[in-house]
Every structure is written in C-alpha cells, then in structure tokens.
Design a protein around this ligand. Sequence first.
Ligand code: URA
Length: 189
Amino acid sequence: MLGWRDLYEQCNSCGKCSLSKNRKNIVFGDGNLKAAIMFIGEAPGADEDEQGKPFVGKAGQLLTKGLTALNLIRDRDYYICNICKCRPENNRTPYDEETERCLPYLRNQVALVKPKIIVCLGATAMKNIINKDWKITRDRGKWIERKGYSIIATFHPAALFRDESKKQLFWQDLKNIRQKYDELINKSE
Ligand code: URA
C-alpha cells in the first residue's frame, strides 16, 4: 500500500489505459483524508477534467447542495473520488478494462481513508464495489456490511437530470446515509 503522495504521483503518471492519452488532469479525489464517509462516482466529466477535482460540474453541484442541506461538508465530513481517474471521451461509461486497471488506486485510497461508510454513486461504482449483478433501481438504498465498512448505493446525481422522479429516492438515500453516520459516530465516541 502506498502513502498519499506516492499514490498521487503514481496515478498522475499512469498510462495503463488509453483514457490517459486525452486527459487534461487526473481527477484523484478531494475532501477530508480521514473522513468517516467516502463517496465514489464513476469517472470525471469535462469540468472535473479541466479543474482536476471530482464532482465540481452540474451533477456535482447538485450533490454538494443535497449534502450541505444535511450539514455534510466536503472538506470536513467526507472524501469523494471516482472509480476512474481520467475522463472517458464524450462522458461514456468506462469500459471494464479501464475500471479494472484503475481500481487498485481506489482500493489504496479506501485503505488510507478507512471510512466507516462507503457510498456508491450510480451503477458503475455499485457494480465495481458491491456486486456486478446488482441493479441500481432495485438495490439502491440497501446497506451491506463488508470488511468493517457499511456500504450503500444510490443514484448518480447526473441521473436526476434525466429523470426527475429519482430525486425523491435520492434525497431519501442521503437522509438514510446521514442517519447511519450519526449512529456510527455516536457509537465510536
Ligand atoms: N460524474 C462522476 O461520476 N464523477 C465526477 O467527478 C463528475 C461527474
């Protein structure tokens, strides 16, 4: 396992898949390195590629707004990153070969942060982290316990722009996550 600096350097010079060829920046991760909650998305979009930070575009702003309303603040309460650290062209879903090559960076990040809660944002994160046979519409909102982590999946915030009816379930999931966070934090104090 690498420390933060070495891991970042290795990722920043990565050429293990073709996504590295078109990136402006890697999008490594952001937030509190010792947070109790870790959010994991799919891959950077154009704004993230430009700025080198995850979830800063339209979908990210919607997520940040929801979390802020629950008093969950990025630099203080959570760490956020993606399965893939480089942007796929036209924001397509990453191929299995790309996620497989990038996953060791994520595993190292999880081992360094040691969160109590892992939130998968969307199907790509859910399938790679929880179970490839899970379906986001059927299985979102369910907690599983694995290796000491409480893990849950919810919709990717970008999906809410395509289908307004998902907003209510997404909000329900965020409140559920906040509740779990309160339970786990109080228990460990
Ligand atoms: N979508 C993602 O999955 N990740 C980002 O960082 C931005 C949009």
